[in-house]
Design a protein around this ligand. Structure first.
Ligand code: GAL
Length: 639
């Protein structure tokens, strides 16, 4: 490890059965030996709390630790990982016990640089459980939130289909019903489940903090934001910084294989999708105010996606440097040695199962040296000129109420993000609570439930704020606002959504903007609006884009061509330089460095300001290659 140039190692994240092979009988000797070996080579250690894998004896002792699968109603059994319920009081106590014991022993140990809490919270759809403990906790949660059962009945609209309850104890989890359960009930359950996870995690962080030295950090390895099924900002709040497990090929295959045209997919299957990978990195960056870490990066084929291709030569290097470009401070690979046994035996490591260097070893050795020489983790990032607003409630609302089998908020967000990327811009990911003042443009693909204070801040900010359809379409309790959509946006935009329709893929509506024709798909809203505010009309005469001062509203999901042109127009107006980039070529600035990545299959010559000095490569960037230059005129601010 030291020879390869690694400086930190994460260990122990699933080691409970070795740390405590029998109830109460702790064995630290093996871990101490490992720590000595690593410390002797100057490697810092991150210990993972082993709570994602409670051992069999513990499950036998407290069977209520196991969660109940919402879709089947069956108890999820022992035999893999994450087999625990966030609502189990027994598990809460036991997980804090093992955490405290580890922290008592290693919390002041100089060999330990930090802690990882649990492992990928929410992964494998584990946030939601309908165990008896979860349902009991949900009833308490409802009582606290609504105060009286009449309030809950009214808020959810339970008069519909005679769904009214007489007391909180009558409420069940919204699963296993004949046809769809009440969306308000579903939303409440997701909010509840997220709160349970955050609470469980918060207690674990507190147990660590009470025992560990201030030099040791606490982080958590996140998965893609929507996969946690939790409020990630709240989850990250008690951490020193967030970490992310980056699997560019696995995620591209898992998330996009049936969502992008086959030809586009074929081009990215061995490189990863350039915008998806970056979008995921930017979302993690948004969770902290310190640089994030990549706790796990794919070093070869994985085993868990529908297809598991091998990265093209150069891609592991490219992803590594790209993580730094997006604000990472450390990239760590998963895993060291491919395990010859058990579930992940087909998952590549840096070493093969026979302990010989794996195929990507020379590439990884080279990129580690390159990162060190080029000092890529500059402390500052450039203030992004534009932002994209994401929101966990909107994710849940649009997922619960599909209206079209093909609407996925993640896809909609990715299209907006891609449009910014095509213009060569740095993008911040913000939430509805974040300040909007730093930005020239804020894209809001969908903010389903909007409160008036957000509208006030939006109006007061200097940014052009572009709302996608469905924004303001629901109340906090998942009903249609009394004044109709877009709720509190109605007045400032002078528009009312009078009807919503969704269309099959392939059915396209055309609209005109500034003399050019564009198309939309999937989602179409019919608006009542004063003509003077309509910036673009559909060919059938309906309003397509409404613009009142610094607020814009899109009545449909326009193709990316429109988003690029529309965003570019505002950038131009506000003096923000843009650079049109082809698919696969992307830019990102950090500090005084500009990074250019070529995910594509042909060379590209990038325009570089005259006073630039190349740190890596040059202006002609080969396929799966990159360039980094220092521009002494770049303004830097913040971190
Ligand atoms: C991550 C996880 C690791 C390993 C890896 C395989 O989700 O944290 O333990 O399972 O994926 O790619």
């Amino acid at each position: 490890m030291a020879e390869l140039g690694l400086s930190v190692v994460r260990i122990g994240e699933f080691a409970w059965s070795r740390l405590e092979p029998q109830p109460g009988q702790l064995e630290f000797e093996w871990l101490d030996r490992a720590l000595d070996t690593l410390a002797a080579e100057g490697l810092g250690v991150i210990i993972g709390t082993p709570t994602a894998t409670p051992p069999k004896w513990l499950i036998d002792q407290y069977p209520d630790i196991l969660a109940t699968d919402p879709s089947t109603g069956r108890v999820r059994r022992f035999g893999s990982r994450r087999h625990y319920d966030f609502s189990s009081a027994d598990y809460r106590r036991e997980s804090l016990r093992i955490t405290a014991m580890l922290a008592d022993r290693y919390g002041q140990d100089p060999r330990i640089v930090g802690w990882q809490t649990d492992n990928e919270l929410g992964c494998h759809d584990t946030t939601l459980s309908i165990s008896p403990a979860a349902v009991a906790a949900f009833r308490v949660w409802c009582a606290e939130r609504y105060g009286s059962i009449d309030t809950l009945n009214a808020a959810w609209g339970n008069v519909f289909w005679s769904m009214e309850y007489r007391d909180f104890d009558a409420i069940d989890a919204p699963y296993g019903t004949v046809t769809e359960p009440n969306p308000a009930h579903q939303l409440a359950y997701r909010r509840f489940a997220s709160d349970q996870l955050i609470d469980f995690h918060g207690a674990m962080v507190a147990a660590l903090r009470a025992r560990i030295d201030q030099q040791q950090f606490v982080t958590h390895n996140f998965i893609p934001m929507s996969d946690t099924a939790a409020d990630n900002a709240a989850l990250a709040a008690p951490l020193d910084f967030p970490s992310y497990d980056s699997y560019p090929l696995g995620r591209t295959d898992e998330i996009l294989h049936d969502r992008v045209p086959a030809e586009e997919f074929a081009a990215v299957q061995r490189t990863g999708h350039p915008d998806l990978t970056a979008f995921l990195l930017d979302q993690v960056r948004a969770l902290g105010d310190r640089p994030f870490w990549i706790m796990e990066q794919q070093p070869g084929p994985v085993n868990w996606a529908p297809a598991n291709p091998s990265p093209l030569p150069g891609m592991v290097r490219l992803w590594t440097i790209e993580a730094f470009a997006h604000g990472a401070d450390c990239v760590s690979f998963f895993r060291w040695r491919q395990a010859p046994f058990a579930q992940e035996q087909m998952h590549a490591g840096l070493r093969r199962p026979d302990d010989a260097p794996a195929r990507r070893w020379p590439e990884i050795a080279a990129v580690i040296a390159e990162v060190q020489t080029a000092a890529l983790s500059a402390p500052t990032t450039v203030q992004a000129p534009v932002a994209l607003l994401t929101d966990v409630d909107s994710e849940w609302i649009t997922n619960i109420e599909r209206q079209s089998a093909d609407y996925r908020l993640g896809n909609v967000q990715l299209e907006f993000y891609r449009a910014f990327r095509e213009l060569g811009l740095n993008i911040d990911i913000v939430s509805a609570n974040d300040p909007l003042d730093h930005y020239a443009l804020v894209a809001v693909p969908c903010l389903a439930s909007i409160d008036t204070s957000f509208v006030e801040r939006a109006k007061a900010s200097k940014a052009q704020i572009i709302f996608g359809p469905r924004s303001g379409s629901k109340t906090r309790e998942f009903c249609i606002p009394a004044e109709l959509a877009p709720g509190p946006l109605q007045k400032p935009l002078g528009l009312v959504v009078t009807e919503v329709e969704t269309l099959r893929p392939g059915a396209r509506d055309a609209f005109q903007w500034r003399g050019q024709s564009y198309r939309t798909s999937l989602w179409r809203e019919h608006l009542e609006v004063s003509q003077q505010h309509v910036a673009a009309h559909f060919d059938d005469g309906g309003p397509a884009v409404v613009q009142v001062g610094s607020l814009s509203y899109l009545a449909s999901l326009p193709d990316r061509d429109f988003l690029v042109d529309y965003f570019a127009a505002f950038c131009k107006q506000r003096g923000i330089a843009t650079q049109r980039l082809p698919d696969g070529v992307r830019l990102r600035r950090r500090g005084d460095l500009t990074f250019a990545f070529n995910y594509s299959h042909s060379s590209y010559t990038i325009e570089v300001p005259t006073n630039s000095e190349f740190v890596i490569g040059n202006s002609s960037i080969g396929p799966q290659d990159l360039a980094v230059w220092r521009n002494t005129n770049n303004k830097t601010s913040g971190n």
